[in-house]
Design a protein around this ligand. Structure first.
Ligand code: 4AD
Length: 430
């Protein structure tokens, strides 16, 4: 019976064959322990000299790291390992021998590992991170599909910027200038007027010269946009969505969280509602904590966000930022027009901002005024303005950065390990 490691629990006491790679091994004179992986999981294989014979045993002892093989053996329960099963190997056949695999079980530097990302992905930790990422994506579709949202794909090649012009990647579109998408938001606003509740999931590009643990040049964003929803409605969607995603990872990624050493008790506290503080209160909190490098009207940096998050064990919304430091499309608070109806959701434990969202300006005249203030004139924006001409409605939306969310939930220090092939300030390889 040919099977996979993920499915061996169905075959306890039976003989199975699995295509695997050898991750590691140790052996004594009579017994060899093979650490096997097949992409679906990790499992130990036991080779006993007395059962398999001298020649085959010597061959097992000589197997090299990352050699691929078919192993045949009997599945037995193993209460000592968290996986719960091991394979008593009766036979194996080498498919391809790996010689001098560069990533050995010893410590390697980050740059070396990043240069070998195409191989590093095979390691247990990286495998666990990608599985958590995959589960977050799955739970995202589940959440929005079961709540009446339509998935809308926004273009990657665009004629205008969505989030300011300083971080745009330029490219040629035949004879025109084009940019790689920074956010699908403007297109999602159009789609919300056609489908009510929509969401997108796709890559976004920011030519940010930031070299921090939270910044990627290419990252993936989930962007919901909802017609007839105000800012408070949107905050509720955000906290429900994040709660759902964390619950899904807790339920479906037990082995991965263990491999990552992530404390489940920390994640179990992540349940809606999330605390909300105003930008003004955040400034006061920072002053109390001794930060005298920030004043009203300035944006928060990573140390500020971390200091604010320290006061909470759940993600915290910071609402109503000054209009002048936020995007042109955010609706001013009618009671206090110097601040806008927006929120950033700051993850606990120093992982930083995972969501940025707002209620959008729905008034044509005000939007035109903002365009002029931001020097955003030109045909590229005419279609966006037209959305405010024909049956404009209150609407809100947000963007969740997938990699920062993976980093937080998986407990991984740097976003470079949360995307299969990271694009960083100094890295386009592999
Ligand atoms: O706050 P941002 O810039 O919001 C927008 O782009 C809105 N148009 C979204 C919307 O309302 N539809 O980005 C949203 C999120 C951030 O909270 C962060 O998680 C992530 O995207 N993000 C990055 N992640 C990794 N590397 C970067 N350089 C990022 N820039 C933003």
């Amino acid at each position: 019976m040919k099977t996979t490691i993920a499915e061996v629990s169905r075959y306890v006491g039976e003989e199975v064959t699995i295509g695997v790679w050898l991750q590691n091994k140790r052996s004594s004179g009579k017994i060899a322990f093979l650490q096997l992986r097949d992409g679906t999981g990790f499992m130990q294989g036991i080779v006993v000299k007395a059962d398999i014979g001298e020649d085959k045993f010597q061959q097992a002892k000589a197997l090299t790291q990352e050699t691929s093989l078919y192993v045949t053996g009997v599945v037995v329960e193993d209460t000592r390992s968290s996986f719960g099963y091991e394979l008593q190997v009766n036979n194996f056949e080498i498919i391809h021998e790996a010689v001098d695999y560069p990533i050995t079980p010893k410590e390697h530097g980050t740059e070396f590992l990043m240069d070998h990302r195409h191989l590093w992905l095979r390691s247990k930790k990286q495998h666990a991170v990608m599985k958590v990422r995959n589960e977050i994506i799955r739970a995202t579709y589940e959440f929005f599909n079961t709540n009446g949202y339509t998935k809308i794909d926004s273009p990657i090649l665009t004629g205008s910027s969505a989030e300011g012009t300083t971080e745009l990647f330029h490219t040629k579109y035949f004879d025109e200038e084009a940019y790689l998408s920074q956010s699908g938001q403007l297109y999602l606003e159009a789609a919300a007027m056609a489908f009510g509740k929509v969401f997108s999931f796709g890559p976004t590009f920011r030519a940010e010269k930031s070299k921090t643990r939270r910044h990627l040049i290419e990252f993936w964003m989930i962007e919901p946009e909802m017609a007839f929803m105000d800012h408070d409605d949107s905050l509720e969607v955000q906290e429900q969505y994040v709660t759902h995603v964390v619950e899904a990872v807790l339920e479906n990624c037990t082995l991965e969280l263990e491999a990552l050493g992530r404390d489940k008790a920390v994640l179990e506290k992540i349940k809606a509602p999330f605390p909300r503080i105003s930008y003004d209160e955040a400034i006061d909190l920072l002053k109390e904590k001794g930060f005298d490098d920030i004043d009203w009207g300035e944006d928060f940096g990573a140390p500020h966000e971390t200091a604010i998050a320290e006061s909470y064990d759940k993600p915290v919304f910071i609402v109503n930022y000054p209009a002048e430091i936020k995007a042109f499309y955010m609706k001013p608070d009618p009671e206090r027009p110097e601040v806008v109806l927006c929120a950033d959701l700051i993850a606990p434990e120093g992982y930083g901002e995972i969501i940025g969202g707002s209620q959008r300006i729905d008034d044509l005249e005000l939007m035109q005024k903002r365009y002029e203030e931001h020097d955003l004139t030109g045909d590229a924006y005419q279609w966006y303005l037209q959305l405010r001409e024909y049956g404009s409605v209150p609407h809100s939306g947000f963007g969740l950065g997938l990699e920062r969310t993976v980093a937080w939930i998986a407990g991984v220090e740097h976003v470079r390990e949360t995307i299969p092939f990271p694009r960083l300030l100094n890295r386009l390889y592999p």
